[in-house]
Design a protein around this ligand. Structure first.
Ligand code: LLP
Length: 386
């Protein structure tokens, strides 16, 4: 075993696959619990979209987090993993009728509503079942996040949420709908945010909105600030737990939460990102005209983030101590964007070496596709490979 990887066990498996270090996951969850316990009225829902591997979900559920879902499939995955239904929130701009009905049947905690037409349909479907649905409005706060354009969501130009101008009108509408109970406001400005100033900007915006609503005697029980806390992709190791302390402290010192209110968070990447690696083997080392390529058996179908967002994942040769050489690390897919990294320094690579793509626990396995008729990668935990 080199570093923290059980290489001998890896040799028995077919690559590529995801490997989840459960010690890292449990340490991360324990940090979250310690920080959240400092504030009596904070509640964390795990954003299932980041990773729905059943073994990962089970560990998160054991640590008492709720589940933030964006589809009927995610609601089912959360329930299967044992998340209590009254700790499930359901967001998404395009909820289909069957998905809303599923949420109603399970009496989930809350629908985060993103438009007037959706509000009307939830009211209608709830009426048909003789139920009252809890709803929160996702407000688009028009706050930018200093992150990749494809993963910023809180700007007026994005498709998400209800605009601040429409908020009063929508709240009035909800009050007149008999099968809805308006319980809160929901926000989410983007993902992979490392500058706490972005969260401060969101807090300031929420404070303004709350003051306005209070002036109209509108009572909000729950404020949900979404997720977005980023991780350190540059230097992943067992110690690189995201900065939960600063994150929760930022909300505590900048958001004017009323004493009766609960503050909800929907963290995805920060919970699971650092515990996962994509494990691959080198198929060929190929000498090009002026560089050499390490061709892996993993490709963009297994981990699409580098191709889609030009995301950086640290690449390590975990079975070689040979002198370092420079490689373009690529996959086998018939797309020129199937590149994990250019000019990467790795311990000398040979066929069969194991290569780890680190910090791949979030938006890795779950975003895998079968393009080129490839099989989906499996996911294994360190608990299984001992
Ligand atoms: N809540 C809502 C409403 C969201 O849209 C998201 C993520 C989250 C919570 C969780 O955000 P997190 O804590 O993970 O940043 N595939 C992209 C990330 C897309 C994030 C989409 N929404 C990536 O690989 O970077």
């Amino acid at each position: 075993m080199k570093g923290t990887f059980p290489i001998n066990k890896f040799r028995e498996l077919r690559t590529p696959f995801y490997y989840y270090d459960t010690k890292v996951l449990r340490d991360t969850l324990s940090h979250i619990r310690t920080e959240v316990a400092k504030y009596g009225n904070y509640s964390v829902h795990y954003a299932v979209k980041a990773n729905a591997n059943p073994k990962v979900l089970a560990i998160i559920r054991e640590n008492c987090l709720g589940a933030d879902c964006v589809s009927g499939g995610e609601i089912r995955a959360a329930i299967k993993a044992g998340f209590p239904t009254d700790k499930i929130v359901f967001a998404g701009v395009g909820k289909a009728d069957w998905e809303i009905n599923l949420g109603l049947d399970y009496d989930i905690f809350c629908f985060n509503v993103e438009s007037v037409p959706e509000l009307e349909i939830i009211n209608e479907l709830a009426a048909a079942k003789g139920k009252i649905a809890n709803v929160a409005f996702r407000i688009n706060p028009n706050v930018g996040a200093h992150t990749h354009a494809n993963i910023t969501t809180g700007l007026a130009e994005n498709k998400f949420g209800i605009s601040m101008q429409d908020m009063n009108h929508v709240i009035d509408m909800a009050h007149d709908m008999k099968n809805l109970r308006f319980i809160g406001l929901h926000f989410h400005i983007g993902s992979q945010i490392l500058d706490m100033g972005d969260f401060v900007a969101l807090c300031n915006r929420i404070n303004e909105l709350q003051d306005k609503l209070e002036a109209r005697h509108i009572r909000i029980e729950h404020v949900n600030v979404g997720g977005g806390l980023g991780i350190d992709y540059g230097h992943p190791n067992r110690q690189s737990i995201p900065d939960f302390k600063s994150y929760f402290e930022t909300y505590n010192s900048h958001l004017k939460l009323r004493p009766h209110q609960t503050l909800h968070f929907e963290l995805g990447r920060a919970v699971v990102g650092q515990c996962g690696s994509l494990i691959s083997q080198v198929l060929y080392v190929k000498q090009g005209a002026n560089k050499q390529f390490a061709i892996l058996d993993a490709g963009m179908t297994d981990l699409i983030r580098p191709a889609l967002y030009q995301a950086f994942h640290k690449i390590e040769n975990i079975t070689s101590d040979a002198p370092v050489q420079t490689y373009d690390v690529v996959g086998p897919i018939c797309e020129s964007s199937d590149v994990f990294g250019k000019a990467i320094d790795l311990n000398g690579v040979k066929r069969g070496d194991f290569i780890a793509l680190r910090s791949a626990g979030a938006y890795g396995e779950i975003m895998a596709s079968g393009y080129n008729c490839r099989e989906l990668p499996q996911g294994y935990t360190s608990d299984e490979l001992v």
